[in-house]
Design a protein around this ligand. Structure first.
Ligand SMILES: *Cc1c(COP(=O)(O)O)cnc(C)c1O
Length: 434
């Protein structure tokens, strides 16, 4: 009897055992049990728990962003307010005629009002916007780009590769640190090939300093080639009228950020930008500017593959309406966080520490994030805890994401909505007991 090999448990028994620890659907637990029995029959129970934990941790859940990075690319960038989702929408239904309508019309009109563009369309993200613009307007034609702007945006998304994929020919001009008007002029007038576009790309995630020179959209206007400016962040207007009454002045880094309204006024034929960076809306990409160019993009076969969902458009519409109503700092979570006064953050930190009887109030520096201008720093307050508590904070019922610096864990309150302060209190109380 003692020589009997250890028999693996049945799938059903193991799945039931997992059910005592994990609130997951039975079919998921059965899958974990089955895979564990196959891969490691002698330690099936332990392995099945590992699989179930891995599954659980991979589920998308709400978390508290206490990192102080307001637009955290790993935490979904701009947070969104909730929507009732159980009803149908008139996304492609014309309410006048009762027939098929355009899913793009309302957001196009709003972008027009807010930026001075003639027309706009929305796709899934800014990377898609670039692919569409190049495919629709520059297929087998030349596109002039400064060597200082031929960048990798992130996640391996590189401008030269996108050009190639779209069938456009990249014409590099200038040098890494200096590109003058003359460089663009020479390329445009070379007459070798047809130059379809000049592209200006905002190097969002790095800055060139020192012996540098670049040429502005305004200067390039005289070349009579449509200029497409990828402004990246989706700041609509760099005078930020919506901050009036909320902040004493527009922070320098925002005033210097290229914005849709000013870039179009300077003579760009099109701008492209993300919806979920400084705009503060859902993940999407916007192409705005000259109507004939926007129409050419809209009519390209790729458009159908890149079109956004009804929910995305609804979220974007709500975001853009907030800009029209000047209620940006109240209704758009990113701008709400950005416009919180330093004193209100200090008050919240003090109250949290005294309620939790744990941690210490500490001054911090938050950043806008999502590749916004270097120097996008904001004074903040938060809570400091000794040691690295990140893992334990992630294990809280509502996971709290924090950072560590020099052996301390820091929770920045600027990126936490005040309605979630009680969760920070509970997480700190739990820390104090472990
Ligand atoms: C962020 C960024 C992109 C990519 O935008 P996604 O919406 O993430 O696809 C492209 N260009 C610039 C300049 C950016 O800053």
């Amino acid at each position: 009897m003692s020589d009997q090999p250890h028999r693996p448990p049945s799938v059903d028994v193991l799945a039931r055992e997992l059910g005592q620890t994990f609130a997951l659907p039975h079919s998921v637990l059965v899958d974990c049990a089955r895979r564990a029995i196959v891969s490691s029959p002698s330690t099936a129970s332990e392995t099945a728990h590992v699989y179930a934990r891995e599954f659980s941790n991979a589920l998308q859940v709400d978390v508290i962003n206490a990192t102080g990075v307001l637009l955290h690319s790993n935490l979904g960038r701009a947070p969104l307010p909730n929507f009732p989702q159980h009803r149908a929408t008139n996304v492609e239904f014309n309410m006048d005629s009762g027939e098929r309508g355009s899913r793009q019309k309302s957001v196009s009109q709003l972008v027009t009002i807010l930026t001075g563009a003639e027309k706009a369309i929305v796709v899934n993200n800014n990377a898609a916007a670039l692919v569409l613009v190049l495919s629709a307007l520059a297929h087998e034609k030349d596109v002039v780009v400064s060597r200082g702007e031929s960048v990798e945006i992130g996640g391996g998304f590189r401008i030269p590769d996108v050009m190639e994929q779209s069938g456009a020919r990249l014409v590099d001009v200038g040098t890494t640190n200096k590109t003058r008007f003359k460089d663009y002029e020479k390329a445009v007038h070379s007459k070798k090939n047809e130059v379809a576009l000049i592209m200006k790309i905002h190097p969002s995630n790095f800055s060139l300093e020192g012996f540098t020179e670049s040429t502005s959209v305004q200067q390039l206007q005289s070349l009579s080639v449509p200029i497409v400016a990828d402004i990246g962040s989706g700041l609509l207007d760099n005078s930020c009228p919506w901050l009036q009454g909320h902040l004493p002045h527009v922070p320098t880094w925002l005033a210097q950020e290229p914005a849709a309204k000013q870039t179009l006024a300077d003579g760009a034929a099109l701008v492209t930008f993300s919806g979920d960076k400084l705009l503060g809306g859902p993940q999407c990409g916007v192409i705005a500017g000259r109507a004939d160019l926007v129409d050419a993009c809209a009519q390209h076969p790729l458009m159908r593959a890149l079109r956004p969902s009804a929910q995305t458009l609804m979220w974007l519409q709500t975001t853009l309406l907030s800009y029209c109503e000047k209620s940006v700092c109240v209704e758009i979570p990113f701008w709400f966080m950005l416009s919180q006064s330093v004193s209100s953050l200090h008050e919240r930190a003090t109250s949290i520490v005294s309620t939790a009887s744990f941690g210490a109030v500490t001054p911090l520096i938050s950043v806008a994030g999502a590749g916004s201008a270097p120097g996008s720093e904001l004074e903040s307050w938060g809570i400091e805890v000794a040691g690295d508590a990140r893992e334990r904070l992630r294990a809280h019922v509502v996971p709290v994401i924090a950072r560590t610096v020099a052996g301390k864990t820091l929770l920045d309150l600027r990126s936490v909505h005040p309605a979630d302060d009680h969760i920070i209190v509970e997480a700190l109380q739990q820390l104090s007991q472990t």
